[in-house]
Design a protein. Structure first.
Ligand code: SF4
Ligand code: SF4
Length: 324
C-alpha cells in the first residue's frame, strides 16, 4: 500500500474509535439513568469498556498489581486497557495518541481547521515550548510518585475498594454533564488554542502522553530517513504535528513522535522515509495499521478471556451508590 493512503486510513480508524467511544459513553449514560431512576427508565447494561476513560484507575490498579495484590475486580478493564496502551507504546511508539485517542482526534481536527482558516498553524517560541512541554512530565511524575511510590500495597487496595473509586466512571460522566463555569472556560480555552496551535493539550498537559512518549523511546520502531534518497525538501519537518525536524535526523527517537506517519506519507521521494524496526526492517503502512488495531483489541480479548474485564460491583451496590 503506498504511504499516501496512510493518512485517510489513520483518520478513518481514529474516527471509528471516536464513534465507538461516544457509543460507550451513551450506553454508560443510559446505565446510570436506569440506576438513578430506580429502574423506571429502560434497562441498559454497564459497558465494561467505559473504564478505558479511567487511566488513573488503570495506574492505581497496575501499581496494586505490581505490589502483589493481583488485578483488582473493581475496575479491571481500566488496568487491562492501561497495560495494553503501555505495551502498544513499547512496540508501536505513541500510536495510541495518533490512531486511537479521542482527545487527539478532536485536537487534530481542530488544528487542521485552523490551518484551513489561517493558512498556517502558529508555533510558540522555542524557550516557551520547551518550558510548557515540561508540564506534562511534571504531571506524570506527580501521578507516578503519589500512586506508584508513595502508596503502600494496603493503601492502594483500600482506595481501590472505596466507594469513591467504585463510581469513578460515574463521577467523570457527571463532571462532563454538569460542567462548572471554570471547567467550561478551561475547555473553551484549550479548544481555541487547539485551532491555532498543533495539539496543545497533548503536547503540554497530557501526563498519559508523557508516559507513553518515554516508553516509546525504548521501541525498536522508528521513522528512519535514507540520506541517499532524501533531497532535503523539508516537507516532512513541515507536516510533523509535533514539530520534529525529521529532515535533519537519521532516525526519529523523540518521545514527542506519535507514530502518525504524516512525514512518511508526505515524503515525495519514494522511500526516503520509512518506519523501521532496529533501523533495518521496514514495516509497511498497512501492517502498522493492522498491528495498532489488533494490539488494542487483543488486550481486550485477553482481559475478557482471563476474567479481568467485567467489574465485580453488584447491581445492588450501584443502586446504593447512585440511586440516592
Ligand atoms: S516524526 Fe513523523 S511519525 Fe513522528 S510525529 Fe512527526 S510526522 Fe508523525
Ligand atoms: S520529505 Fe522526504 S525528501 Fe523531503 S526532506 Fe523529508 S525525507 Fe527528505
Amino acid at each position: 500500500m503506498p504511504a499516501s493512503y496512510m493518512q485517510p486510513l489513520r483518520i478513518l480508524i481514529q474516527f471509528c474509535f471516536l464513534g465507538f467511544m461516544l457509543w460507550l459513553g451513551l450506553r454508560f449514560y443510559q446505565f446510570v439513568q436506569f440506576i438513578s431512576s430506580a429502574g423506571t427508565s429502560a434497562f441498559a447494561a454497564r459497558p465494561d469498556g467505559i473504564e478505558a476513560f479511567l487511566p488513573i484507575s488503570g495506574l492505581l490498579g497496575s501499581a496494586s498489581w505490581l505490589k502483589g495484590n493481583g488485578i483488582n475486580s473493581i475496575h479491571p478493564a481500566a488496568v487491562v486497557v492501561f497495560v495494553t496502551v503501555l505495551v502498544g507504546a513499547l512496540l508501536l511508539r505513541r500510536s495510541f495518541c495518533s490512531w486511537i485517542c479521542p482527545v487527539a482526534a478532536v485536537s487534530e481536527f481542530s488544528w487542521k481547521s485552523g490551518f484551513r482558516i489561517f493558512r498556517r498553524n502558529f508555533k510558540l517560541p522555542l524557550w516557551l515550548d520547551i518550558a510548557l512541554r515540561g508540564l506534562k512530565y511534571l504531571l506524570m511524575a506527580f501521578f507516578i510518585y503519589s500512586i506508584v511510590i508513595a502508596m503502600s500495597s494496603k493503601a492502594l487496595e483500600e482506595f481501590i475498594q472505596s466507594d469513591y473509586h467504585k463510581i469513578a466512571d460515574q463521577r467523570l460522566l457527571s463532571f462532563f454533564l454538569h460542567l462548572t463555569p471554570f471547567a467550561l472556560g478551561v475547555i473553551f480555552i484549550l479548544l481555541a488554542l487547539s485551532i491555532v496551535l498543533r495539539n496543545p493539550f497533548c503536547r503540554y498537559l497530557c501526563p498519559y502522553g508523557a508516559l507513553l512518549g518515554l516508553i516509546a523511546t525504548l521501541s525498536p520502531l522508528r521513522v528512519t530517513r535514507d540520506t541517499d534518497r532524501c533531497v532535503s525538501c523539508g516537507i516532512c519537518s513541515q507536516v510533523c504535528p509535533t514539530y520534529i525536524d525529521v529532515m535533519n535526523k537519521h532516525s526519529v527517537d523523540s518521545p514527542e513522535c506519535i507514530g502518525c506517519w504524516r512525514c512518511i506519507s508526505h515524503c515525495r521521494f519514494n522511500e526516503a522515509l520509512s518506519m523501521r524496526a532496529f533501523g533495518r526492517f521496514s514495516l509497511s503502512g498497512a501492517l502498522f495499521a493492522l498491528l495498532v488495531v489488533l494490539l488494542f483489541w487483543s488486550g481486550t480479548v485477553v482481559g475478557k478471556l482471563s476474567g479481568h474485564w467485567r467489574t465485580a460491583i453488584a447491581l445492588e451496590d450501584y443502586v446504593r451508590l447512585l440511586g440516592k
